[in-house]
Design a binder for this molecule. Structure first.
Ligand SMILES: Cc1cc2nc3c(=O)[nH]c(=O)nc-3n(C[C@H](O)[C@H](O)[C@H](O)COP(=O)(O)OP(=O)(O)OC[C@H]3O[C@@H](n4cnc5c(N)ncnc54)[C@H](O)[C@@H]3O)c2cc1C
Ligand code: SF4
Length: 509
């Protein structure tokens, strides 16, 4: 008898560790570890998502004829405890496992194998479009790699939105020029709004997990009872179908828009399920391409979505394995401020920050621009320590996993990797927020004011950031203009901005 151990973010029947195994001489092992659930103070709904998805997946395996040894969190303090009990019970010749999605688990396996006295065999991870080695070979030893080059290569390789002659459909690889409409353009288009997302009604399995999580992880952020997502493959497929039918047409044009009271807008909210394996990246891409080919959605929306999955998702995954576990230790801008406590309460007079924080505390979700240009931008400009920021993002989001967080937070949002991921820091003042959202009209601060009691903190922090990092960015062609503008401002004005920025930072708690 051999064992296939399936982790909570590898929940697909296409899991390569299962391939070629026969249910007659294979036992599937699944372990809910309390220690893993407490590795960080994960949002309660994240724990519900993972444990409920695992229980449903295990039930599906049993129905399909597999023998499953399932260790529930009520009686399983750690992975090692579950493994030891399994080995005592089943006595497998060896344990097969798909390469874990994170360094911590991957590096822990040899020690576990020694402790249980049973070999653990790693099977190459097939959850992504590109294998880890393939990305590494492509990236070579380059000092900087560009997402756009990677994206074109992946589209060609999988023949997605391509003409027979090898050119991209529509003539351009990237249709962003048609996308990314501002709030004024949205108003001029008659304020289109998406069909509201209907929260999933928990079945008995999910209800039981909600109760357990609320009881045992009551010191974690969020409310388990507000859980709202599907946790089965069937539910996830329906969720994908509804996104394609109802929100995808508006996805491209309004990808960067932010509206109060519209937390998901036209976004897919697929990552919570996709990152667990309930959906496969290529099937998401193909259903979007099929909608385009049948004339139901514009090319801009299809290309925008395809780029997110084949481009960005694969790229950040590749960077995670390319750069190694020490990548998350980087702090290229030497940012040392502690994370403000109100990131866990949302209690701030800044309307944009309050809206995004309340949303993530309530639901475990923000869309990309809220993460990057509101929360990430604030942390970047304030000089919050990247490791603390990473810890917060990892705790709060239902779709958070080490492989996706590292490059997005350390590289993209905080520019802490010296510019490997992004050629410029994603730094923006209030004008950007005002252009892309309706947050500023309901704010106690004024987006157009640069100093004084009404000045938007983003304005103060933006210039303070370039003042602090003047030398570093003066030679960067993508942001040197900001440095030049700062240098030209009168000395008295500069001193005032820096003093007010410092007062804000020192008072932010
Ligand atoms: C600071 C920061 C933190 C982030 N944290 C996470 C995280 O914890 N988990 C996570 O999956 N993504 C994360 N992202 C990436 C992106 O914001 C989310 O994937 C996206 O918002 C998820 O919502 P959605 O499914 O509605 O995506 P949509 O906007 O509908 O996009 C479609 C799909 O594209 C993929 N995608 C888009 N952008 C990215 C990206 N930059 N990296 C990886 N995949 C991408 C996702 O699979 C997503 O489902 C983060 C980005 C930033 C800047
Ligand atoms: S004025 Fe500033 S703080 Fe207020 S919502 Fe706009 S950008 Fe945010």
């Amino acid at each position: 008898m051999k064992t296939v151990w399936i982790l909570g973010d590898q929940l697909t029947l296409e899991n390569a560790a299962l391939a070629g195994c026969d249910p007659r001489d294979t036992c599937v092992l699944m372990i809910e570890s309390v220690a893993r659930g407490r590795q960080r103070r994960y949002h309660q709904q994240k724990l519900v998502l993972v444990f409920s998805a695992m229980r449903h997946f295990a039930a599906g395996l049993v129905q399909a004829g597999w023998r499953v040894d399932y260790h529930r969190l009520e009686s399983t303090p750690s992975f090692l405890d579950g493994l030891s009990r399994h080995v005592g019970l089943v006595k497998p010749s060896h344990i097969r496992i798909l390469e874990p999605n994170d360094w911590t688990m991957q590096e822990a396996l040899p020690q576990m194998a020694t402790e249980i006295g049973t070999p653990i065999e790693l099977v190459p991870n097939n959850l992504f479009l590109l294998g880890r080695d393939e990305f590494r070979v492509w990236a070579g030893g380059s000092r900087r790699i560009l997402m756009e080059h990677h994206y074109r290569r992946v589209r060609q390789r999988f023949d997605i939105l391509m003409n027979p002659d090898g050119t991209p459909i529509g003539g351009e690889w990237n249709l962003d020029a048609e996308n990314r409409k501002t709030v004024s353009e949205w108003r001029r288009a008659g304020c289109p709004r998406p069909v509201a997302i209907t929260p999933e009604i928990p079945d008995s399995v999910t209800s039981e997990v909600i109760r357990l999580v609320a009881e045992r992880f009551d010191d974690h952020p969020g409310k388990a009872e507000k859980f709202w997502l599907p946790t089965t493959r069937r539910g996830a497929l329906q969720w994908l179908e509804r996104f394609v039918a109802e929100r995808l047409p508006g996805f491209g044009p309004y990808e960067d828009l932010m509206l109060e009271g519209e937390p998901m807008l036209f976004h897919s909210v697929l990552t919570p399920m996709l990152n667990l394996g309930l959906l496969r990246p290529l099937e998401c891409v193909r259903s979007v391409v099929a909608a385009y080919e049948s004339g139901r959605i514009p090319l801009g929306s299809a290309e925008g979505f395809v780029r997110q999955i084949m481009g960005w998702r694969e790229f950040v995954h590749g960077v995670y394995w390319l750069k190694g576990p020490q990548y998350v230790e980087l702090n290229g801008l030497n940012a040392q401020r502690p994370l403000p406590g109100w990131f866990y309460t949302g209690e701030t007079p800044m309307n944009c920050m309050r809206a995004c924080l309340r949303q993530v505390i309530d639901s475990g979700y923000n869309h990309h621009i809220q993460r990057l240009m509101i929360l990430g931008n604030f942390l970047l400009l304030s000089g919050v320590n990247p490791k603390q920021a990473l810890g917060w993002f990892s705790e709060m989001y239902l779709d958070a996993h080490d492989w996706v967080m590292a490059a997005n937070v350390i590289g993209m949002a905080l520019h802490a990797d010296g510019g490997f991921m992004a050629t410029k820091p994603y730094a923006a003042a209030a004008a950007y927020v005002n252009r892309m959202s309706d947050y500023c009209s309901g704010c106690r601060y004024k987006a157009g004011v640069r100093t004084g009691p009404d000045a938007c903190p983003f304005n103060l922090l933006y210039w303070d950031f370039f003042a602090r990092n003047e030398k570093r960015f003066a030679a960067n062609p993508r942001v040197s203009m900001a440095v030049q503008t700062w240098r030209k401002r009168p000395e008295g004005e500069k001193a005032l901005v820096r003093r007010e920025a410092l007062e804000f930072l020192d008072g932010m708690g």
